[in-house]
Design a protein around this ligand. Structure first.
Ligand code: CAA
Ligand code: NAD
Length: 284
């Protein structure tokens, strides 16, 4: 299966990063978001990231412009879908929203197109069941920040075809990533391991064991983590962290995954971390 044109749905922190690495790998990209300001913000981040590469002498100005020229933006799903060979969905971590988009993509995309989701935790099989092409639906889970992190978890749904899996694996490699295959269970491997640690760090603050700063210092200095878990939670987005914990809690039915009430409270307050200007820390 030859991929030339990629639709990216959602221009938030993940969608913009995916659009950047796809365009840098030579693909024609159509980046779609329903919010015009998010499209602008997403493109500004891509421009800044590429600009840094130019400043550091790793990329010619011309190359930067060529990469930017490969990215078209739109607020219409149809524009991103109609000529796409592959679509990567990166909207909010919510099953209803995702299945709604996959249903529409299924009717708008060419019949050969692969539909991938960047979901952090939701079952690929359930997303695939919203379409009439479950054999062409797959999980392609990038890590944040996309231009820097090497991993892409590749998740087959129950019906995903081998050829689709191979195509997506090769695509990830061409984008400079290292694909790792995992099975379709809540949170896959990455967030089944990472998110309970973050949730536990939030419990430590909630129960007064330590301040956010102290929890982060312990994990940075003591465990050599590049970011403490609360800094990382703010970086990921507290809404996304809560959605993932809820998926683990519901998916396994085990109380060890219950989301910390403090996490719920922050999300209800609109304290979503870096993207909203406040989470465990305050951002300018
Ligand atoms: N976008 C693009 N590039 C970025 C970036 C961003 N947001 N942040 C940093 N970088 C680049 C910098 O430009 C720099 O590049 P060069 O080395 O080429 O100059 C490089 O990354 C290192 O940056 P810094 O020196 O400024 O900072 P750092 O050494 O602290 O690294 C970091 C920043 C890579 C983000 C590091 O702190 C880190 O690895 N943090 C943990 C990230 C992590 O765990 N990600 C996974 C989150 S979980 C997930 O994604 C799955 C999910 O479903 C929730
Ligand atoms: P984000 O909040 O930064 O961006 C989501 C974007 O989706 C927003 O720009 C929003 O306007 C757009 N959107 C919402 N509904 C839409 C719709 N119906 N049509 C078009 N656009 C719509 O979120 P994010 O952090 O980029 O996360 C996106 C996805 O990637 C989620 O599924 C998340 O779980 C997953 N993910 C996140 C991370 C992370 O660290 N944040 C890492 C890996 C995977």
């Amino acid at each position: 299966m030859e991929i030339k044109r990629i639709g990216v749905i959602g221009a938030g922190q993940m969608g913009s990063g995916i659009a950047q690495v796809a365009a840098a790998a030579g693909y024609a990209v159509v980046l779609m978001d329903m919010a015009p300001e998010q499209l602008e913000k997403g493109m500004a981040i891509i421009r800044k990231n590429l600009g840094r590469q130019v400043e550091k002498g790793r990329m010619a100005e011309e190359e930067k412009e060529t990469i930017l020229g490969r990215i078209q933006t739109t607020h219409e799903l149809e524009v991103a879908a109609t000529e796409a060979d592959l679509v990567i969905e990166a909207v909010v971590e919510n099953m209803e929203v995702k299945t709604g988009i996959f249903r529409q993509l299924d009717s708008l995309c060419p019949s050969h197109a692969i539909l991938a989701s960047n979901t952090s935790s939701l079952p690929i099989t359930e997303i695939a069941a919203a379409t009439k092409r479950p054999e062409k639906v797959i999980g392609m889970h990038f890590m944040n920040p996309v231009p820097v992190m090497k991993l892409v978890e590749v998740i087959r749904g129950l019906a995903t075809a081998d050829a689709v899996f191979q195509t997506v694996k090769e695509l990830a490699i061409r984008m400079g990533k290292e694909p790792v295959e995992v099975n379709d269970f809540p949170g896959f491997v990455s967030n089944r391991v990472l998110m309970p640690m973050i949730n536990e760090a939030i419990y430590a603050v909630y129960e007064g064991v330590a301040t956010p700063e102290a929890v982060d210092q312990v994990m940075k200095l003591g465990m050599n983590h590049p970011m403490g878990p609360l800094t990382l939670a703010d970086f990921i987005g507290l809404d996304t962290c809560l959605y993932i914990m809820e998926t683990l809690y519901e998916g396994f039915g085990d109380s060890k995954y219950r989301p910390c009430p403090l996490l719920r409270k922050y999300v209800k307050a609109g304290w979503l971390g870096r993207k909203s200007g406040r989470g465990f820390y305050v951002y300018e």
